[in-house]
Design a protein around this ligand. Structure first.
Ligand code: SF4
Length: 393
């Protein structure tokens, strides 16, 4: 039978989620060990479109319990530089877990478990958190966002948070498109290969407040007031993409997943309820497709950086250049370097990200993987004080 996706619209995240879940057929949950995987890998307050709204997850917990689910936990793996407990607090998940008496798992605190990808061209195996071995029903609860490297970030992309921290960075560092001789970016191919072994059993997409433009972290909140529920992540993401104004076939990781037989993306083959759900389509501002900011007084050295560092740099140049003015070199330009392949740069270059640490004696090194723009400017202002006192600049 064609996959079913229920869409509900309303003002309150809890009520809207409950309505979407009502009537969605679920398997017998009594003996299932359920892990809810929100998008909560960053520190952000609810309702900004950066992380899943905790009230959506609260509604999911209540519904799953009423449907017989007994063992329910919330789990997330965090991006580099984000402390898990702090993020659980700021995103509202600590409060939900206390109130609803569900355990919170910082997935990076567990040993790695290796999973093979039988048909992987790019990925033969991945390292996930061994905490996952304790669960047999995964609920992916992403927030509806644009993404600078994958166009959208929805339920399939959200499963990447189950990989261990270093493994996430590895996916961003995979060989270039030309090397793997195919039309799509390596990252998109990797996500579709990962999906063959990490498909959620249930998907609840939080489109109450999403993010448009420079997602997944630096875009603008977008109020949609919708929640989608499905049991096929590829199809639910296809419907969500369309509501965001993107044809599903233009989302490479969804197209590649559909070609692997993981789900339908043709809307005519998906049973959307209500049938006239496209009346709620409200196009999101797309993510910028090229990295083309031009600053005549800034030199960027990018040798083999991954997408996360590039996004950081883009935001840094857009919003924080004033914090770097004290770092002009003799040519009156600010020199910035990112990436693991960096071999040369002038003395005094700002070296951003752990990948540049080999060169740290040549310049001003800022740690992070990915580095966070506000942390970069804070570090630079602190170091400028120290350098100034030492009379090194
Ligand atoms: S330091 Fe930057 S380029 Fe290196 S892995 Fe981390 S985010 Fe990617």
């Amino acid at each position: 039978m064609n996959p079913l996706v229920i869409i509900s619209k309303g003002k309150d995240p809890y009520d809207t989620t409950r309505r979407a879940l009502k009537g969605f057929p679920l398997p017998d949950l009594q003996k299932r060990r359920i892990l809810i995987k929100p998008n909560a890998g960053r520190s952000a307050s609810p309702g900004q479109g950066v992380t899943t709204h905790p009230r959506v997850v609260e509604a999911a917990i209540d519904h799953l319990r009423e449907e017989g689910g007994r063992e329910i936990a919330i789990g997330e793996g965090f991006i580099f530089g984000v402390e898990g407990q702090e993020a659980f607090l700021s995103t509202g998940f600590k409060e939900i877990s206390d109130r609803k008496k569900v355990r919170l798992y910082d997935l990076d605190r567990f040993d790695p478990a290796e999973r093979r990808i039988p048909d992987g061209k790019l990925l033969r195996k991945v390292k996930i958190s061994s905490a996952l071995n304790g669960f047999d029903f995964i609920v992916s609860v992403p927030v509806m966002k644009t993404h600078m490297h994958t166009r959208v970030s929805l339920s399939i992309k959200n499963m990447k948070g189950l990989l261990l921290r270093g493994e996430k960075a590895r996916l961003h560092h995979l060989r270039s498109d030309r090397e793997i001789g195919q039309e799509h970016k390596a990252l998109d191919l990797a996500i579709s290969e990962m999906a063959t072994i990490l498909m959620p059993h249930l998907v609840i997409i939080d489109g109450t407040v999403g993010m448009e433009g420079m997602g997944p972290a630096y875009g603008k909140p977008k109020e949609m007031g919708v929640v989608l529920v499905g049991d096929n992540g590829v199809s639910a993401d296809a419907v969500a993409s369309r509501l965001m104004g993107f044809a599903p076939e233009t989302i490479p990781h969804l197209l590649l997943s559909a070609r692997r037989g993981l789900g339908e993306i043709g809307l005519e083959k998906i049973r959307g309820k209500p049938e006239d759900y496209l009346k709620w389509e409200d196009p999101f501002e797309p993510p910028p497709s090229t990295f083309s900011i031009s600053f005549p007084d800034i030199m960027v050295y990018d040798e083999g950086s991954c997408s996360a560092c590039l996004s950081t740099l883009l935001v840094l140049l857009r919003d924080y250049t004033s914090g770097m003015t004290g770092y002009r070199l003799a040519d009156k330009k600010i020199h910035i370097a990112i990436g693991k392949g960096l071999k040369n740069c002038p003395e005094g270059t700002i070296l951003i990200g752990n990948c540049t640490s080999r060169m740290k004696r040549r310049g001003v090194f800022v740690q992070g993987c990915p580095p966070v723009p506000s942390h970069i400017t804070k570090t630079l202002s602190q170091k400028r004080g120290i350098l100034g006192r030492k009379g090194q600049r």
